[in-house]
Design a protein. Sequence first.
Length: 334
Amino acid sequence: MKKHNLFTFKNTPIAITVLMLLGFVQSSKLEANQHQSLIADFSSYTFKAEHFSTCQPADPDTTRKMLCTPEPGLSLGIASVKNLRDLGGYKTKDGSTVVRGLVYRSNQLAPISEDDMKEIAGLGLKNEYDLRTEAERTSFPDQLPPGVNNVWLDVLKDDIGAGPATIFASLQNPEKANKSWGGGKMAAAFEKTYRECITLPSAKAAYRELFLSLSDQNKLPALFHCTTGKDRTGWAAAALLTLLEVPEETVMEDYLRSNDYILPLYQKAIDDFVALGVEPSIPEAMFALREAYLEAAFDEMEKQYGSIGNYFSEGLGIDAVTQKRLRDLLLEKR
């Protein structure tokens, strides 16, 4: 795969830059001014024509250009938001289809070009759910079309892992980084955080409000996102698709597809890390999605609740009636 030189580091140690971008490992404790030092240029990443199968005429109620409808799980091709994808189009175990155009998943909505803002406006969003921390939101506030309601749901608010000072110090020193995070320790830390998407009180509260909102037809179409659209967003999408009875292998495929859109953006950062002498497995574990991460979340969910239905009802307080309403609203029966 072609490497893309997309990131400019302005007086910012690579260690801090990586954690800021991911918005996943202790980003809740970063200062806003640390985030502001990063500039991302998304202009050189392109999408392949074969990613798009059918084209639909422009919505007569909007002024957007004609957009091609991607195959299920693929990017919408909006340049400023590489990982913006429709959750619709997937087939369920009984042959039903997840309705297109109602629920979207994405990476952060900033910065957005003027032309891309028009494309996003064409989605007709009513609500947008931001799963990021306060520091992430402050550094890169969502840019939304007029009239879209912004809802903040901080999934990792209750995270009390290792402090950022310790992480920064170790990452800026390759020897210390390798000792602290090498040998699979970084991957283990991510697996732990995925489990915390099930157990943290803040995660339960955030996902409860998200899924309750998605069960309300008056609040759709809607979009949810975090920073990269792969971890906190990844669990939200996987849990919802599983509740809708999309096959397990399809859910995993949708989850892993974020690698197609996120990894090219971070290749320069990964290369710079390795050039410093950091063990290659450390940035790879941070930037790339692994099956083991999502499997850890599902394992924790099953240990705690036994099934996806029980996770929704007992863990999130979303009863069977509301779960059925979600299915009725988001599924087109065969």
